[in-house]
Design a protein around this ligand. Structure first.
Ligand code: PLP
Length: 352
């Protein structure tokens, strides 16, 4: 660090994304992207004419894409905010709704960015341990007196809470914001978006990165009561009013309108997940009951780090976290049938 960097950041540890290798040597099952290309409609929308319009600023209100997202979710445009990835929406939540009197609460095992945001914004925090079986105990969050951030399904476990539990957490914290990060909800969990009409303290965050083939476009959305959307838009317009670029706005609107492609690709991932779960169990792995596009698995005879390194040497990238409680686990993204075949061939080589 330079001698000019504010001392506020002395102990900052930035988020470490999964490896993004520059070559395509690897079967890439480490960062939960889709194995499929974007919808053909997206490729039509991002054409020569739209590239030509890059000379102009993007629409700061994201009008057309907000409308498409709202229609698809069954809410009003005034209930929607778009961000440069859902990470940006989450950053608005941490900035807007936490302060000295209101710490942020999240599970000890969850999306790594929550801790990074708490650090960079200097927030008080309440880190709530998952149960021994890695599930979230909803009761731990009842009337907790903090801004609550929960990923549902949770990452990297893939376990999901039912809507009744989410509702109970939101209802028991009427004077605090509850943010449900639904990055993986499309792969089999129930969305809380329908509850935003009922609760003025609920923010639901979703992304185009996992189930809509647009991780590199950087597009996320938040759903909430109109007043909360106004708060977050005030922050957005004070930081970067053109936060979503114009090609991404076109891509996002086209993707969300192509419901058929979305359904077909996510159903393929769900079915590949179910067969991969059986294949892993057959090889002696313990596998959590995932409702996401990844599996969280451990093997009784091989450490997580060993499996990660040996898979990598055989050309298969998965994610390993050197963190207490989960260092013996691997997080394996569900890819195409062919990619999963390559994973199991490599595992057979390692386990033989
Ligand atoms: C991937 C992921 C995100 C971030 O998604 P982007 O929209 O790509 O920023 C947010 N939350 C969780 C739990 C994720 O796994």
């Amino acid at each position: 660090m330079s001698r000019f960097f504010s001392h506020r950041f002395d102990s900052l540890e930035p988020y470490v994304p999964g490896e993004q290798p520059k070559d395509s040597r690897y079967v890439k099952l480490n960062t939960n992207e889709s194995p499929f290309p974007p919808s053909p409609k997206v490729i039509e929308a991002v054409n020569e004419a739209s590239v030509g319009r890059l000379r102009l600023y993007s629409d700061p209100d994201c009008t057309d894409c907000v409308k498409a997202v709202a229609e698809s979710a069954g809410v009003l445009p005034s209930n929607v905010i778009l961000g440069n990835g859902s990470d940006e929406i989450l950053s608005f939540v941490f900035r807007a709704y936490c302060d000295d009197d209101t710490p942020v609460a999240y599970p000890d095992i969850s999306y790594g960015f929550y801790e990074v945001f708490a650090d960079v914004f200097g927030l008080e925090r309440r880190v709530v341990p998952l149960r021994e079986d890695f599930s979230i105990s909803p009761e731990d969050y009842f009337g907790i007196g903090c801004t609550v951030v929960i990923a549902n399904p949770n990452a990297p476990t893939g376990l999901a809470l039912g809507l009744d539990d989410i509702r109970a957490i939101v209802a028991s914290n009427p004077d605090n914001i509850v943010c449900v990060d639904e990055a993986y909800v499309d792969f089999g969990a129930s969305s809380a978006v329908g509850l935003i009409k009922e609760f003025d303290n609920l923010i639901v965050v979703q992304t185009f990165s996992k189930s809509r083939q647009l991780a590199g476009a950087r597009l996320g959305m938040g759903f909430a009561d109109e007043k909360l959307i106004k708060d977050m838009n005030a922050l957005r317009c004070s930081l970067n009013p053109y936060n979503v670029n114009s090609l991404t706005l076109l891509a996002g609107a086209a993707a969300v309108k192509d419901a058929g492609y979305f359904e077909a690709t996510r159903n393929t991932i769900i079915s590949n997940r179910e067969s991969a779960t059986a294949e892993l169990k057959r090889r002696g792995f313990t596998v959590l009951d995932s409702k996401a596009n990844f599996l969280f698995a451990s093997h009784p005879e091989h450490s997580g780090e060993e499996l990660y390194l040996r898979l990598k040497s055989l050309g298969v990238l998965v994610r390993h976290f050197s963190k207490p409680r989960i260092s013996d686990h691997l997080r394996i993204t569900i890819g195409s049938a062919e990619q999963m075949r390559a994973l199991f061939d490599a595992l057979d080589e390692i386990l033989k």
